[in-house]
Design a protein around this ligand. Structure first.
Ligand SMILES: [Zn+2]
Length: 241
């Protein structure tokens, strides 16, 4: 026998299940919309799997990116460089300026947003590098409150072959521009940040950047990847699992 009280309970439970069902449908609908919106197939198809992988492995430090948000970045030589090194830096900067989405790099006097230094001796370099005394070069960056770069100083060790100086300049520049990390994957393609370091870069393409690095910069500076956007969002946009 269905009492009024039981009937009320039945209607109450039925309505609760109905509400739950509607909520589940709504969640599934919103979830599918979100996925469709976030995966940008048209954009993702422009890059190879390794280029996308190299980007997510290098451009995210603790899960977020740190890219420059100004359209023009000034750079300067804060100490003496050989004419051939000056020429190499200018050509690399011009190449970066020519890449889609990248800010324009403009040479200035004294100090710039990015300043290159080459301490005159290895001892002077080691004193500046402190714990990084074994490194070929290093970068010190300052960030704004929103963690976008404010200023970067690049230090290059003097006591190296010309080729290694050039490779170090590009390696540190990649860190400065927001490719902060070294990739975990050992890519067969040439790269400025690869784990094999000097053996990872192909001298024949200098002063142009390796393809992996130029594509990673193009992806990073695309408007789809907002400053401090997360690595998880980036993987979704690029269709990486
Ligand atoms: Zn490095």
């Amino acid at each position: 026998m269905v009492t009024k009280r039981n009937q009320f309970h039945f209607i109450y439970i039925f309505n609760s299940y109905k509400k739950l069902g509607i909520l589940i449908c709504l969640f599934l609908f919103l979830h599918s919309c979100k996925s469709d919106r976030q995966l940008d197939k048209k954009f993702a198809i422009k890059f190879t799997k390794n280029q996308k992988l190299y980007f997510v492995e290098t451009a995210y430090d603790k899960g977020v990116n740190h890219k420059w948000v100004k359209g023009n970045i000034t750079y300067a030589l804060g100490s003496k460089f050989e004419p051939s090194e000056q020429d190499f830096i200018k050509k690399t900067m011009d190449y970066i300026s020519s890449l889609k989405n990248l800010p324009q790099m403009r040479l200035t006097e004294g100090h710039g947003d990015i300043t290159f230094y080459k301490p005159t001796t290895t001892v002077a370099f080691n004193n500046l590098a402190k714990d990084a005394y074994l490194w070929r070069g290093f970068t010190r960056s300052e960030y704004n409150l929103d963690n976008t770069p404010k200023k970067s100083d690049i230090f290059i060790k003097t006591d190296q072959t010309n080729l290694n100086i050039e490779i170090t300049i590009q390696h540190e520049l990649m860190h400065t521009l927001g490719l902060l990390c070294h990739p975990n994957t050992k890519f067969l393609e040439s790269s400025a940040l690869g784990r094999r370091f000097f053996n990872s870069s192909d001298p024949k393409i200098l002063p142009n950047l390796p393809e992996l690095d130029s594509k990673a910069l193009i992806i990073l500076y695309d408007k789809r990847f907002l400053s401090r956007s997360t690595q998880t969002e980036a993987k979704e946009i690029l269709g990486l699992k």
